[in-house]
Ligand binder design. Structure first.
Ligand SMILES: *[C@@H]1O[C@H](CO)[C@@H](O)[C@H](O)[C@H]1NC(C)=O
Ligand SMILES: *[C@@H]1O[C@H](CO)[C@@H](O)[C@H](O)[C@H]1NC(C)=O
Length: 450
Protein backbone atom coordinates (compact mmCIF):
# COMPACT_ATOMS: atom_id res chain seq x y z
CA UNK A 1 0.00 0.00 0.00
CA UNK A 2 2.77 2.38 0.99
CA UNK A 3 4.96 1.42 -1.95
CA UNK A 4 2.15 2.02 -4.36
CA UNK A 5 1.55 5.41 -2.86
CA UNK A 6 5.21 6.35 -3.20
CA UNK A 7 5.41 5.12 -6.77
CA UNK A 8 2.25 6.96 -7.60
CA UNK A 9 3.69 10.16 -6.18
CA UNK A 10 6.79 9.74 -8.33
CA UNK A 11 4.80 9.06 -11.37
CA UNK A 12 2.83 12.23 -10.68
CA UNK A 13 6.02 14.23 -10.19
CA UNK A 14 7.40 12.93 -13.46
CA UNK A 15 4.21 13.65 -15.34
CA UNK A 16 4.14 17.15 -14.05
CA UNK A 17 7.62 17.47 -15.51
CA UNK A 18 6.07 16.67 -18.91
CA UNK A 19 7.43 13.23 -19.30
CA UNK A 20 5.06 10.72 -20.85
CA UNK A 21 6.82 7.47 -19.94
CA UNK A 22 8.83 6.39 -16.94
CA UNK A 23 9.73 3.07 -15.37
CA UNK A 24 10.81 2.18 -11.84
CA UNK A 25 13.32 -0.52 -11.10
CA UNK A 26 14.27 -1.84 -7.76
CA UNK A 27 17.51 -3.65 -6.96
CA UNK A 28 19.91 -4.20 -4.11
CA UNK A 29 23.13 -2.31 -4.11
CA UNK A 30 26.51 -3.64 -3.01
CA UNK A 31 25.86 -2.64 0.60
CA UNK A 32 22.59 -4.61 0.63
CA UNK A 33 20.37 -1.62 0.57
CA UNK A 34 17.36 -1.35 -1.65
CA UNK A 35 17.93 0.87 -4.63
CA UNK A 36 15.20 2.37 -6.82
CA UNK A 37 16.04 3.53 -10.33
CA UNK A 38 13.83 5.55 -12.62
CA UNK A 39 14.27 5.33 -16.36
CA UNK A 40 12.62 8.14 -18.17
CA UNK A 41 12.13 8.12 -21.94
CA UNK A 42 12.54 11.39 -23.73
CA UNK A 43 11.20 12.36 -27.15
CA UNK A 44 14.41 14.27 -27.85
CA UNK A 45 17.89 13.26 -26.94
CA UNK A 46 18.56 16.83 -26.04
CA UNK A 47 15.61 17.06 -23.71
CA UNK A 48 17.49 14.94 -21.26
CA UNK A 49 19.40 17.40 -19.26
CA UNK A 50 23.09 17.00 -19.77
CA UNK A 51 25.87 17.36 -17.34
CA UNK A 52 25.10 21.00 -17.32
CA UNK A 53 21.85 20.33 -15.47
CA UNK A 54 23.58 18.14 -12.81
CA UNK A 55 22.07 20.23 -10.04
CA UNK A 56 18.63 19.07 -11.06
CA UNK A 57 19.77 15.42 -11.25
CA UNK A 58 21.37 15.66 -7.87
CA UNK A 59 18.19 17.13 -6.47
CA UNK A 60 16.24 14.23 -7.86
CA UNK A 61 18.81 11.77 -6.55
CA UNK A 62 18.62 13.24 -3.09
CA UNK A 63 14.86 13.04 -3.06
CA UNK A 64 15.08 9.47 -4.33
CA UNK A 65 17.48 8.48 -1.56
CA UNK A 66 15.19 10.04 0.96
CA UNK A 67 12.28 8.08 -0.43
CA UNK A 68 14.40 4.94 -0.53
CA UNK A 69 15.11 5.29 3.14
CA UNK A 70 11.45 5.83 3.92
CA UNK A 71 10.39 2.87 1.78
CA UNK A 72 13.01 0.55 3.25
CA UNK A 73 12.06 1.66 6.73
CA UNK A 74 8.45 0.91 5.91
CA UNK A 75 9.34 -2.50 4.50
CA UNK A 76 11.67 -3.44 7.34
CA UNK A 77 9.51 -2.40 10.23
CA UNK A 78 6.06 -1.83 9.10
CA UNK A 79 4.16 -0.50 12.11
CA UNK A 80 0.90 -2.19 13.01
CA UNK A 81 -1.88 0.14 12.03
CA UNK A 82 -5.00 0.79 14.00
CA UNK A 83 -7.03 -0.92 11.32
CA UNK A 84 -4.83 -3.95 11.57
CA UNK A 85 -5.28 -4.06 15.34
CA UNK A 86 -8.98 -3.72 14.93
CA UNK A 87 -9.18 -6.57 12.43
CA UNK A 88 -7.13 -8.94 14.55
CA UNK A 89 -9.00 -7.91 17.65
CA UNK A 90 -12.29 -8.53 15.96
CA UNK A 91 -11.11 -11.91 14.80
CA UNK A 92 -9.92 -12.77 18.30
CA UNK A 93 -13.18 -11.53 19.76
CA UNK A 94 -15.13 -13.68 17.36
CA UNK A 95 -13.24 -16.83 18.29
CA UNK A 96 -13.46 -15.95 21.97
CA UNK A 97 -17.20 -15.43 21.70
CA UNK A 98 -17.56 -18.74 19.90
CA UNK A 99 -15.50 -20.46 22.58
CA UNK A 100 -17.55 -18.81 25.29
CA UNK A 101 -20.78 -20.00 23.71
CA UNK A 102 -19.43 -23.52 23.49
CA UNK A 103 -18.27 -23.46 27.13
CA UNK A 104 -21.63 -22.06 28.21
CA UNK A 105 -23.34 -24.96 26.50
CA UNK A 106 -20.99 -27.42 28.22
CA UNK A 107 -21.59 -25.81 31.59
CA UNK A 108 -25.34 -26.05 31.09
CA UNK A 109 -25.00 -29.69 30.15
CA UNK A 110 -22.90 -30.42 33.22
CA UNK A 111 -25.32 -28.52 35.42
CA UNK A 112 -28.17 -30.65 34.08
CA UNK A 113 -26.17 -33.81 34.81
CA UNK A 114 -25.38 -32.63 38.33
CA UNK A 115 -29.08 -31.91 38.88
CA UNK A 116 -30.04 -35.35 37.62
CA UNK A 117 -27.54 -37.04 39.91
CA UNK A 118 -28.67 -34.96 42.87
CA UNK A 119 -32.30 -35.89 42.20
CA UNK A 120 -31.34 -39.55 41.93
CA UNK A 121 -29.43 -39.41 45.20
CA UNK A 122 -32.34 -37.72 46.96
CA UNK A 123 -34.72 -40.32 45.60
CA UNK A 124 -32.53 -43.11 46.91
CA UNK A 125 -32.29 -41.41 50.28
CA UNK A 126 -36.03 -41.05 50.45
CA UNK A 127 -36.61 -44.76 49.88
CA UNK A 128 -38.33 -45.79 53.09
CA UNK A 129 -36.28 -47.66 55.58
CA UNK A 130 -37.95 -51.03 56.08
CA UNK A 131 -38.29 -50.42 59.77
CA UNK A 132 -40.94 -47.72 59.64
CA UNK A 133 -43.25 -48.39 62.54
CA UNK A 134 -46.41 -46.60 61.64
CA UNK A 135 -48.21 -49.68 60.31
CA UNK A 136 -49.32 -52.72 62.25
CA UNK A 137 -47.31 -54.83 59.81
CA UNK A 138 -44.35 -53.09 58.22
CA UNK A 139 -42.63 -53.93 54.97
CA UNK A 140 -40.66 -56.62 56.70
CA UNK A 141 -43.86 -58.22 57.94
CA UNK A 142 -43.18 -57.82 61.61
CA UNK A 143 -46.24 -58.57 63.60
CA UNK A 144 -46.40 -55.70 65.98
CA UNK A 145 -48.90 -57.34 68.21
CA UNK A 146 -48.53 -58.96 71.57
CA UNK A 147 -45.59 -60.92 72.74
CA UNK A 148 -47.00 -63.98 74.46
CA UNK A 149 -43.97 -64.24 76.70
CA UNK A 150 -43.96 -60.66 77.84
CA UNK A 151 -47.38 -59.88 79.29
CA UNK A 152 -48.58 -58.54 75.96
CA UNK A 153 -46.12 -55.69 75.90
CA UNK A 154 -45.44 -54.02 72.57
CA UNK A 155 -42.01 -55.26 71.63
CA UNK A 156 -41.29 -54.04 68.16
CA UNK A 157 -38.58 -51.46 68.67
CA UNK A 158 -37.11 -52.30 72.01
CA UNK A 159 -33.63 -51.95 70.63
CA UNK A 160 -31.23 -52.88 73.34
CA UNK A 161 -27.82 -52.07 71.92
CA UNK A 162 -25.57 -52.54 74.89
CA UNK A 163 -22.09 -53.75 74.02
CA UNK A 164 -20.77 -57.05 75.13
CA UNK A 165 -17.07 -57.77 74.87
CA UNK A 166 -16.23 -60.18 72.11
CA UNK A 167 -14.91 -63.38 73.64
CA UNK A 168 -11.22 -63.76 73.04
CA UNK A 169 -11.53 -67.45 72.45
CA UNK A 170 -14.37 -69.21 70.73
CA UNK A 171 -14.51 -72.96 70.83
CA UNK A 172 -13.71 -74.29 67.40
CA UNK A 173 -14.34 -77.95 66.85
CA UNK A 174 -13.49 -79.83 63.75
CA UNK A 175 -15.39 -82.35 61.79
CA UNK A 176 -13.42 -85.40 62.81
CA UNK A 177 -13.96 -84.69 66.50
CA UNK A 178 -17.57 -83.91 65.90
CA UNK A 179 -18.45 -87.06 64.08
CA UNK A 180 -17.01 -89.08 66.92
CA UNK A 181 -19.06 -87.02 69.35
CA UNK A 182 -22.20 -87.29 67.26
CA UNK A 183 -21.88 -91.00 66.90
CA UNK A 184 -21.28 -91.23 70.59
CA UNK A 185 -24.49 -89.54 71.51
CA UNK A 186 -27.32 -88.21 69.49
CA UNK A 187 -29.86 -87.61 72.17
CA UNK A 188 -32.35 -85.30 73.73
CA UNK A 189 -31.47 -81.71 74.40
CA UNK A 190 -30.84 -81.35 78.11
CA UNK A 191 -29.52 -77.79 78.43
CA UNK A 192 -28.62 -74.61 76.57
CA UNK A 193 -25.76 -72.41 77.79
CA UNK A 194 -25.49 -68.64 78.08
CA UNK A 195 -25.20 -66.72 74.80
CA UNK A 196 -21.71 -65.82 73.56
CA UNK A 197 -21.60 -62.72 71.38
CA UNK A 198 -19.45 -62.84 68.24
CA UNK A 199 -20.40 -59.77 66.29
CA UNK A 200 -22.83 -56.89 66.18
CA UNK A 201 -24.29 -55.64 62.92
CA UNK A 202 -23.58 -51.94 62.48
CA UNK A 203 -26.48 -50.92 60.26
CA UNK A 204 -30.26 -51.21 60.46
CA UNK A 205 -30.20 -53.96 57.81
CA UNK A 206 -28.64 -56.13 60.48
CA UNK A 207 -31.34 -55.84 63.09
CA UNK A 208 -32.54 -59.25 61.90
CA UNK A 209 -30.42 -61.73 60.11
CA UNK A 210 -29.20 -65.24 59.76
CA UNK A 211 -25.73 -66.70 60.14
CA UNK A 212 -24.22 -70.17 60.22
CA UNK A 213 -21.32 -72.47 59.54
CA UNK A 214 -21.58 -75.52 57.34
CA UNK A 215 -21.87 -78.63 59.57
CA UNK A 216 -20.44 -80.69 56.75
CA UNK A 217 -17.49 -80.05 54.49
CA UNK A 218 -18.28 -77.30 52.03
CA UNK A 219 -16.60 -77.17 48.63
CA UNK A 220 -13.42 -75.19 47.96
CA UNK A 221 -12.51 -72.40 48.44
CA UNK A 222 -14.48 -72.63 51.69
CA UNK A 223 -13.55 -74.68 54.69
CA UNK A 224 -15.27 -76.06 57.80
CA UNK A 225 -14.54 -72.82 59.65
CA UNK A 226 -16.07 -70.50 57.04
CA UNK A 227 -18.84 -68.36 58.55
CA UNK A 228 -21.80 -67.18 56.49
CA UNK A 229 -23.91 -64.17 57.29
CA UNK A 230 -26.95 -62.42 55.79
CA UNK A 231 -28.36 -59.18 57.18
CA UNK A 232 -32.04 -59.81 56.51
CA UNK A 233 -33.75 -56.42 56.83
CA UNK A 234 -34.61 -54.93 53.44
CA UNK A 235 -36.76 -55.19 50.37
CA UNK A 236 -34.19 -57.03 48.32
CA UNK A 237 -31.99 -59.24 50.49
CA UNK A 238 -29.24 -60.75 48.33
CA UNK A 239 -25.89 -60.17 50.01
CA UNK A 240 -24.23 -63.22 51.49
CA UNK A 241 -21.05 -62.48 53.44
CA UNK A 242 -18.39 -65.11 53.86
CA UNK A 243 -15.81 -64.88 56.68
CA UNK A 244 -12.78 -67.06 56.96
CA UNK A 245 -13.65 -68.04 60.51
CA UNK A 246 -15.38 -66.85 63.69
CA UNK A 247 -12.46 -64.61 64.57
CA UNK A 248 -12.67 -62.78 61.25
CA UNK A 249 -16.41 -62.38 61.79
CA UNK A 250 -15.69 -60.83 65.18
CA UNK A 251 -13.19 -58.47 63.61
CA UNK A 252 -15.61 -57.64 60.82
CA UNK A 253 -13.39 -58.63 57.91
CA UNK A 254 -15.35 -60.55 55.30
CA UNK A 255 -13.53 -62.81 52.91
CA UNK A 256 -16.09 -62.38 50.17
CA UNK A 257 -19.54 -61.04 49.43
CA UNK A 258 -21.72 -63.20 47.22
CA UNK A 259 -24.72 -61.73 45.45
CA UNK A 260 -27.68 -64.12 45.37
CA UNK A 261 -29.42 -64.33 41.99
CA UNK A 262 -32.84 -64.35 43.69
CA UNK A 263 -33.79 -62.22 46.69
CA UNK A 264 -34.23 -64.03 49.99
CA UNK A 265 -37.22 -64.03 52.31
CA UNK A 266 -36.98 -64.07 56.05
CA UNK A 267 -34.30 -65.57 58.29
CA UNK A 268 -34.99 -69.21 57.48
CA UNK A 269 -31.93 -69.90 55.35
CA UNK A 270 -29.28 -72.48 56.17
CA UNK A 271 -26.00 -73.86 54.80
CA UNK A 272 -25.40 -77.55 54.25
CA UNK A 273 -22.76 -79.44 52.25
CA UNK A 274 -21.57 -76.43 50.29
CA UNK A 275 -25.01 -75.11 49.41
CA UNK A 276 -27.11 -72.27 50.77
CA UNK A 277 -30.75 -73.28 51.11
CA UNK A 278 -33.25 -70.47 51.19
CA UNK A 279 -36.77 -69.36 50.37
CA UNK A 280 -37.34 -67.04 47.44
CA UNK A 281 -38.96 -63.74 48.31
CA UNK A 282 -42.81 -63.78 48.29
CA UNK A 283 -42.87 -67.40 47.17
CA UNK A 284 -42.99 -70.92 48.63
CA UNK A 285 -40.14 -71.78 46.27
CA UNK A 286 -37.10 -73.28 47.92
CA UNK A 287 -33.75 -72.63 46.29
CA UNK A 288 -30.45 -74.41 46.56
CA UNK A 289 -27.56 -72.09 45.80
CA UNK A 290 -24.19 -73.72 45.22
CA UNK A 291 -21.60 -71.68 47.12
CA UNK A 292 -18.72 -72.76 44.88
CA UNK A 293 -20.47 -72.30 41.53
CA UNK A 294 -22.34 -69.27 42.87
CA UNK A 295 -25.49 -70.31 41.07
CA UNK A 296 -28.87 -71.85 41.82
CA UNK A 297 -28.56 -75.57 41.16
CA UNK A 298 -31.97 -76.80 42.34
CA UNK A 299 -35.37 -75.41 43.18
CA UNK A 300 -38.69 -76.84 44.26
CA UNK A 301 -41.84 -75.39 45.81
CA UNK A 302 -42.65 -76.49 49.33
CA UNK A 303 -46.12 -78.05 48.80
CA UNK A 304 -49.02 -76.18 50.45
CA UNK A 305 -46.66 -74.12 52.56
CA UNK A 306 -47.91 -70.78 53.82
CA UNK A 307 -45.55 -67.92 53.03
CA UNK A 308 -45.11 -64.17 53.28
CA UNK A 309 -46.87 -63.66 56.57
CA UNK A 310 -49.40 -66.51 56.62
CA UNK A 311 -47.76 -68.62 59.34
CA UNK A 312 -44.74 -66.79 60.74
CA UNK A 313 -43.16 -67.19 64.15
CA UNK A 314 -44.54 -64.89 66.83
CA UNK A 315 -42.11 -62.06 66.05
CA UNK A 316 -43.20 -61.93 62.38
CA UNK A 317 -40.57 -61.14 59.80
CA UNK A 318 -42.20 -63.41 57.16
CA UNK A 319 -40.66 -66.35 59.02
CA UNK A 320 -43.21 -68.73 57.50
CA UNK A 321 -40.64 -71.20 56.20
CA UNK A 322 -37.62 -72.12 58.32
CA UNK A 323 -34.97 -74.37 56.80
CA UNK A 324 -32.76 -76.15 59.32
CA UNK A 325 -30.15 -78.89 59.45
CA UNK A 326 -29.39 -81.44 62.14
CA UNK A 327 -27.64 -84.81 62.40
CA UNK A 328 -30.33 -86.34 60.22
CA UNK A 329 -30.21 -83.88 57.37
CA UNK A 330 -32.24 -81.02 55.95
CA UNK A 331 -35.66 -80.02 57.28
CA UNK A 332 -38.39 -77.47 56.66
CA UNK A 333 -40.43 -76.07 59.57
CA UNK A 334 -43.62 -74.37 58.32
CA UNK A 335 -47.40 -74.65 58.32
CA UNK A 336 -50.22 -75.27 55.89
CA UNK A 337 -53.89 -74.50 55.59
CA UNK A 338 -54.62 -78.14 56.19
CA UNK A 339 -52.65 -78.05 59.46
CA UNK A 340 -54.51 -74.84 60.37
CA UNK A 341 -51.39 -73.04 61.46
CA UNK A 342 -49.89 -75.91 63.45
CA UNK A 343 -46.21 -76.60 62.85
CA UNK A 344 -45.48 -79.05 60.02
CA UNK A 345 -42.04 -80.64 59.85
CA UNK A 346 -40.83 -82.05 56.54
CA UNK A 347 -37.61 -83.81 55.73
CA UNK A 348 -36.15 -82.63 52.41
CA UNK A 349 -33.88 -84.32 49.92
CA UNK A 350 -30.82 -82.03 49.96
CA UNK A 351 -30.19 -82.61 46.26
CA UNK A 352 -33.63 -81.97 44.79
CA UNK A 353 -35.36 -80.18 47.69
CA UNK A 354 -38.30 -82.59 47.35
CA UNK A 355 -40.18 -83.48 50.53
CA UNK A 356 -39.39 -87.06 51.55
CA UNK A 357 -41.59 -87.21 54.68
CA UNK A 358 -43.85 -84.90 56.70
CA UNK A 359 -45.13 -84.69 60.27
CA UNK A 360 -47.84 -82.51 61.66
CA UNK A 361 -47.50 -81.31 65.26
CA UNK A 362 -50.10 -79.86 67.59
CA UNK A 363 -48.38 -76.55 68.35
CA UNK A 364 -49.40 -73.31 66.64
CA UNK A 365 -46.52 -71.84 64.70
CA UNK A 366 -47.42 -68.22 65.40
CA UNK A 367 -47.40 -68.90 69.15
CA UNK A 368 -43.72 -69.77 69.30
CA UNK A 369 -40.73 -67.47 68.92
CA UNK A 370 -38.57 -69.88 66.98
CA UNK A 371 -37.86 -73.55 66.35
CA UNK A 372 -34.94 -75.79 65.48
CA UNK A 373 -34.16 -79.48 65.05
CA UNK A 374 -31.67 -81.60 67.04
CA UNK A 375 -31.30 -85.32 66.28
CA UNK A 376 -34.61 -85.47 64.46
CA UNK A 377 -36.48 -83.66 67.25
CA UNK A 378 -38.20 -80.33 66.94
CA UNK A 379 -37.75 -77.82 69.78
CA UNK A 380 -39.63 -74.56 70.16
CA UNK A 381 -38.66 -71.42 72.07
CA UNK A 382 -41.46 -69.68 73.96
CA UNK A 383 -40.47 -65.99 73.61
CA UNK A 384 -38.21 -63.97 71.32
CA UNK A 385 -38.00 -60.98 73.67
CA UNK A 386 -38.20 -62.09 77.28
CA UNK A 387 -34.74 -62.15 78.77
CA UNK A 388 -35.21 -65.42 80.57
CA UNK A 389 -37.52 -67.61 78.56
CA UNK A 390 -37.55 -71.31 77.88
CA UNK A 391 -37.70 -74.08 75.34
CA UNK A 392 -41.04 -75.52 76.30
CA UNK A 393 -42.02 -78.02 73.64
CA UNK A 394 -40.48 -80.86 71.67
CA UNK A 395 -41.70 -83.17 68.94
CA UNK A 396 -39.86 -86.37 68.03
CA UNK A 397 -40.15 -87.35 64.36
CA UNK A 398 -38.95 -90.87 65.17
CA UNK A 399 -41.89 -91.60 67.43
CA UNK A 400 -44.38 -88.96 66.31
CA UNK A 401 -44.72 -88.02 69.99
CA UNK A 402 -44.66 -84.52 71.41
CA UNK A 403 -44.11 -83.39 74.98
CA UNK A 404 -43.67 -80.29 77.12
CA UNK A 405 -40.17 -79.52 78.36
CA UNK A 406 -38.67 -76.63 80.29
CA UNK A 407 -35.15 -75.71 79.28
CA UNK A 408 -34.07 -72.17 80.24
CA UNK A 409 -33.10 -69.98 77.31
CA UNK A 410 -31.82 -66.38 77.36
CA UNK A 411 -32.64 -63.66 74.85
CA UNK A 412 -29.79 -61.46 75.97
CA UNK A 413 -30.51 -58.59 73.59
CA UNK A 414 -34.27 -58.88 73.70
CA UNK A 415 -35.16 -59.56 70.07
CA UNK A 416 -34.23 -62.98 68.82
CA UNK A 417 -34.97 -63.41 65.12
CA UNK A 418 -33.17 -66.65 64.28
CA UNK A 419 -32.19 -69.80 66.17
CA UNK A 420 -30.59 -72.76 64.38
CA UNK A 421 -28.65 -75.76 65.55
CA UNK A 422 -25.22 -76.76 64.23
CA UNK A 423 -24.66 -80.48 64.71
CA UNK A 424 -20.91 -80.39 64.01
CA UNK A 425 -20.25 -77.81 66.69
CA UNK A 426 -23.03 -78.69 69.12
CA UNK A 427 -24.10 -75.08 69.25
CA UNK A 428 -27.15 -72.98 68.59
CA UNK A 429 -26.55 -70.00 66.31
CA UNK A 430 -28.85 -67.03 66.89
CA UNK A 431 -29.36 -63.46 65.74
CA UNK A 432 -30.53 -61.40 68.68
CA UNK A 433 -31.19 -57.71 68.01
CA UNK A 434 -28.16 -56.97 65.76
CA UNK A 435 -26.02 -59.50 67.63
CA UNK A 436 -24.69 -62.78 66.32
CA UNK A 437 -24.55 -65.14 69.27
CA UNK A 438 -23.99 -68.83 69.93
CA UNK A 439 -25.16 -71.08 72.75
CA UNK A 440 -23.46 -74.29 73.73
CA UNK A 441 -25.86 -77.18 74.10
CA UNK A 442 -25.74 -80.45 75.99
CA UNK A 443 -27.39 -83.58 74.69
CA UNK A 444 -28.42 -86.54 76.78
CA UNK A 445 -27.51 -90.16 76.25
CA UNK A 446 -28.65 -91.92 73.11
CA UNK A 447 -32.40 -91.79 73.26
CA UNK A 448 -34.81 -94.53 72.51
CA UNK A 449 -35.49 -93.02 69.08
CA UNK A 450 -31.91 -93.71 67.89
C1 LIG B 1 -44.83 -72.69 75.19
O1 LIG B 1 -44.82 -71.30 75.16
C2 LIG B 1 -45.75 -70.74 74.26
C3 LIG B 1 -45.52 -69.25 74.25
O2 LIG B 1 -45.55 -68.74 75.54
C4 LIG B 1 -47.16 -71.10 74.63
O3 LIG B 1 -48.08 -70.58 73.71
C5 LIG B 1 -47.29 -72.60 74.64
O4 LIG B 1 -48.54 -72.98 75.11
C6 LIG B 1 -46.21 -73.22 75.53
N1 LIG B 1 -46.24 -74.64 75.34
C7 LIG B 1 -46.19 -75.50 76.35
C8 LIG B 1 -46.25 -76.91 76.00
O5 LIG B 1 -46.06 -75.13 77.51
C1 LIG C 1 -30.76 -59.92 80.21
O1 LIG C 1 -30.13 -60.30 81.39
C2 LIG C 1 -28.72 -60.21 81.41
C3 LIG C 1 -28.20 -60.80 82.68
O2 LIG C 1 -28.92 -60.33 83.77
C4 LIG C 1 -28.33 -58.73 81.21
O3 LIG C 1 -26.93 -58.60 81.19
C5 LIG C 1 -28.91 -58.24 79.92
O4 LIG C 1 -28.63 -56.87 79.72
C6 LIG C 1 -30.42 -58.46 79.87
N1 LIG C 1 -30.92 -58.12 78.57
C7 LIG C 1 -32.03 -57.44 78.36
C8 LIG C 1 -32.44 -57.22 76.97
O5 LIG C 1 -32.70 -57.01 79.28
Amino acid sequence: MWIRFVVFSFWLVLCVQGLDRASLRRSSDSSGRCQYSFIVDSPMESSCPGTSSSVETENLNARLTLLEVVVSRILDARPVTKADIKTSEMENMKTLLQDKKQLDRQIQKLQRQVQELTDERDKLREKPCPLVQTEPTNSFGIITGKDPGNNGAYQEMKAEVSEIPVPSKVPVLFKGQENAQNNAGCGELISVGEPITHQKANSITGRYGVWFQDPESPGAPYGPSTVWRIDAVGKDVRELFAYENLEQLSRGYPLKVLLLPEPMESTGATVYRGSLYYQRQRSPMLLRYDLTDESIVAQAPLPQAGFHGQYPYSWGGYTDIDLVVDEKGLWAIYSTEKARGAIVVSQLDPESLKVTRSWETNIQKNKVANAFMVCGRLYTVASYSTNSTNINFTFDTASGQSKAVDLPFRNHYGYNSMIDYNAARRMLYAWDNFHMVTYDVKLGKTSSSQ
